[in-house]
Design a protein around this ligand. Structure first.
Ligand code: DAH
Length: 358
């Protein structure tokens, strides 16, 4: 039989020299595998006589155990080394500066709509919606603007191609048709606001063909003009963040309200800067009035039993005034520099009790 001491030294040397798990496995196979050196010797034991077999068997088993233990120990050591190398490779350097990340911002129109919803929502108004492609009835007739009414000319309407029955849909020229749709589908009491897009065929410094309005409608048995004034006063103070912001109601005409008024807020333009809530100048922010009985009747609400108010405000105008944005057209140019300058972080919304809630 082969010199076992020599064999053990050879194999232990090879185990110690194995540099990685694959190398170690090659050593294991060469020693203990099916045709390994120790295995072959084990097979040879059978040819020895019983006495010699016993001693040789014990010696060989010792070598086998020693080699197997050494392989196991080396395997453990190599695994530890591999793990440590992996951990060192994965290490995160927490002192490195963060990668620059683009934070998206809200467009001033979205921000202003969110603010209006937050404030009027606290007063109990729910948000209502309606289609932007409207029929003539909801955009005009039900709002007490019959065909041939001069107010139709003032609306610079975008008409869609004529349908088979000769009717033509329009891009809604204001958010007021949402009043009609809400009254048609809801029993009073009603308190809704309808923020959204409106369209008019008009384009200059102060007009864009698409713009935004927020409409409000309150209908109940005893809702009166005092409620309208109080609601607008509270809203404007909260929105412009000026305590007791003075308002002026100028008598006006809208077909869908009677009486009607235009609403101005107090401002000063001294020195070329606009200051809201100071001075002796006035700035128009929207229209309002008591809902016309004809409008209620068109929606099957009895004007003898119910009454209510409505108002409509221009969103872009509100944003321009509060945030000092000079040119309306820039709102829709999608200039990233403009958006970064005038954009808002999400959740910067004022409440009735004033102040931005972070
Ligand atoms: N619909 C009007 C417009 O677009 C704005 C308006 C005025 C809305 C008076 C109202 C209102 O609800 O009462 O010009």
């Amino acid at each position: 039989m082969e010199n076992l001491d020599q064999l053990r030294d050879d194999l232990l040397g090879a185990v110690a020299a194995a540099e990685d798990l694959t190398g170690l496995d090659t050593v294991r196979v060469s020693a203990l595998g099916r045709k390994g050196r120790i295995t072959e010797l084990m097979k040879g034991l059978g040819k020895l006589d019983p006495d010699a077999r016993r001693t040789a068997g014990q010696d060989l088993n010792q070598v086998k155990t020693a080699v197997a233990d050494a392989i196991e120990a080396r395997k453990q050591a190599l695994e530890d080394i591999a793990l440590e190398a992996q951990l060192a490779g994965d290490a995160i350097d927490v002192s490195l500066p963060i990668r620059p990340e683009e934070q998206g911002l809200l467009h001033p129109v979205s921000q202003t709509i969110d603010e209006a919803i937050a404030i009027l929502g606290e007063m109990g108004f729910a948000v209502a919606e309606g289609p932007e492609i409207e029929d003539d009835f909801h955009n005009f007739t039900a709002l007490n603007i019959p065909p041939e009414h001069p107010a139709r000319q003032m609306h610079d309407t975008f008409y869609l191609p004529e349908a088979e029955d000769g009717s033509r849909k329009v891009l809604r020229t204001h958010t007021s048709p949402v009043q009609i749709r809400t009254m048609e589908s809801t029993e009073p009491p009603i308190r809704i606001i309808a923020p959204g897009r409106a369209y008019r065929c008009d384009s200059d410094m102060t007009h864009t063909p698409m713009f935004h309005q927020v409409e409000a409608l309150a209908i109940d048995k005893e809702t009166h003009f005092g409620h309208l004034k109080g609601c607008l006063m509270d809203f404007c103070s909260a929105y412009f963040e000026v305590d007791d912001l003075p308002l002026r109601f100028r008598p006006s005409y809208f077909p869908f309200t009677e009486p009607s008024a235009e609403v101005d807020i107090q401002c000063s333009r001294e020195g070329g800067t606009l200051k809201i809530g100071k001075g002796d100048d006035w700035l128009e922010i929207g229209g309002c009035g008591m809902v016309h009985p004809n409008v209620m009747t068109a929606c099957n609400i009895d004007p003898e039993e119910y009454q209510g108010f409505a108002f409509g405000l221009g969103i872009e105008r509100m944003a321009m005034l509060k945030y000092g944005i000079p040119d309306l057209r820039t709102f829709f140019e999608s200039d990233l520099r403009w958006l970064k300058h005038y954009g808002f972080l999400p959740l910067e919304v004022p409440t009735l009790i004033r102040g931005l809630v972070p």
